[in-house]
Design a protein around this ligand. Structure first.
Ligand SMILES: [Zn+2]
Length: 248
């Protein structure tokens, strides 16, 4: 599977768990045999401006994080664009789903998913999308930026037990007609991570359900990395999601 990654994502750009040393290497070590790496360009300034207020962009710039944050947004954009044709993963950081139009928290700076979908929509490549957020934390930023637009639905899975969680994902996808299923793929709901709930086989199942839905809709499927902090298991869960997306 095509995996969007840039060596700059190895950089420790902040002192938070999403930026921790070795996090990306831990994922790459596991997924490398199955991953065809593709390097992104930074998201163009106009694409970032479509999702964020100028004051927020200036705030990111003032922290010296514009380059890495715009590269992550560009990674999401490339993953989503690739995803229109075949399942694709954006292995990017910093994460984005807590970045709203005018503010950000929770290790996020630019909302990678929102930048990507708004830009694909502007280019006329996207009819409709479902953002399926499987991170432990509610993706408030994605909702803030994308809510109220008729062509995109943002869904945060709420169940906090395994079976109900997978049933909820299946239910949402069953009724989904969107042309692109875009997974905000946080892995901090994993067993032995902060949420301590989902197993690798569950990530595989989520990937299967998402891409089966995309096939049914004659559409696309992509995932971009959000949270996930236990380096010992993170790569295995990312691989499981990829395998599910690939129909395994
Ligand atoms: Zn999270």
């Amino acid at each position: 599977m095509k995996v969007v990654f840039h060596d700059d994502f190895h950089a420790v750009y902040a002192s938070d768990p999403a930026a921790a040393a070795g996090r990306m290497a831990a994922i790459l070590e596991v997924i490398s045999p199955r991953a065809e790496l593709v390097a992104p360009q930074p998201a163009p300034p106009e694409a970032i401006a479509a999702a964020h207020d100028p004051d927020h962009v200036a705030w990111v710039r003032s922290r010296g994080l514009y380059e890495i944050a715009s590269l992550a947004a560009g990674g999401a954009l490339l993953a989503a664009e690739l995803g229109l044709g075949e399942p694709a993963l954006g292995l990017i950081r910093p994460p984005g789903h807590h970045a709203s139009r005018g503010s950000a928290w929770g290790y996020c700076y630019f909302n990678n998913m929102a930048v990507a979908l708004l830009e694909l929509k502007r280019r006329g490549l996207l009819k409709s999308a479902l953002v399926l957020d499987i991170d432990l934390h509610y993706g408030d930023g994605t909702v803030n930026i994308l809510e109220g637009r008729g062509w995109v639905e943002v869904y945060n899975v709420e169940a906090r037990a395994r079976e109900p969680y997978l049933e909820e994902v299946a239910r949402v996808l069953e009724g989904c007609q969107a042309g692109l299923i875009a997974i905000s793929a946080g892995f901090d709901m994993a067993k032995d991570d902060w949420g301590n709930l989902l197993l690798a086989e569950d990530y595989r199942r989520i990937g299967q359900l998402a891409c089966q839905t995309a096939q049914r809709n004659r559409g696309g499927c992509c995932a971009i990395l959000e949270g996930g902090y236990n380096h010992a298991i993170l790569g295995h869960n990312v691989l499981a999601l990829m395998q599910g997306m690939g129909g395994e």
